[in-house]
Design a binder for this molecule. Sequence first.
Ligand code: IPE
Ligand code: IPE
Ligand code: MG
Length: 267
Amino acid sequence: MTYVDARNLPHHVGIIMDGNGRWAELRGEPREAGHKAGSAAVRRVVRAARRLGLTALTLYAFSEQNWARPSGEVDALMGLLREFLVSERGEILQHEIRLVAIGELDRLPEIVRESLDPLRGASAENRKMTLALALSYGGQEEIARATREIAMDVRDGKLDPASIDVRALASRMPSLGVGEPDLIIRTGGEHRLSNFLLYGAAYAELAFTDVLWPDFTEVDFFEAIASYQRRERRFGRVLSRDASSVSPSSVTPGAPLCPDTDGAMRV
Ligand code: IPE
Ligand code: IPE
Ligand code: MG
């Protein structure tokens, strides 16, 4: 049994949803079948995150580098993305989830934009949880873009170079609108970030699992959170007995929605 302490939840969880292709290959099916099965895992995890009461969930759905995949696979992924946005629209709004997207959104095809943009607008005032879809996203690209914006502000006399600090960059990064990720989970057995949330990941706890994304269940998700809760985050300081005093996160903790009376959720 997995115990999740509802009083010590990560506020912002990021997930690198990897392993769809291998899941399909193991079954002798085309990679697209793995992506389709992966969509079901996305639904499961979004529901679980909302039930748990996370403040934000960022899902790495398509990297800037994934455009280099065969066009048939890219088209299939875009089609599935649209399908997800259309089919989940009702539930996202009903559960007061704010849907945002991060990445080079201009590169997305119209079939995605026409379902994504209205949902971003319609859910903009929702406050129960933010679901951020990383689409055509790259962490290095995000840093470069923020740097470009800063350079232009300096050029236009709006910004004093002496005031450029860690926060100045962070405030120009859409991925950090919900604060730094506390926990980053990667499925599929690889131990790397593959250009995900690089700047904000500075002090994120990392959880790796061999489970391929289409097989990832609520229990796997809760286990990753339970493992996060067993760790001691030090942020470069010496041991502290008061964990809350060392968090640099600028996010206001969201109140857990459905803890048991003792604050533990048994899964
Ligand atoms: C993750 O699964 C989905 C995307 C990157 C879009 P992969 O397609 O990378 O699956 P593997 O890593 O090849 O198994
Ligand atoms: C990372 O997975 C991107 C997403 C999960 C969307 P990749 O499969 O693209 O990463 P690499 O190629 O193994 O580093
Ligand atoms: Mg992969």
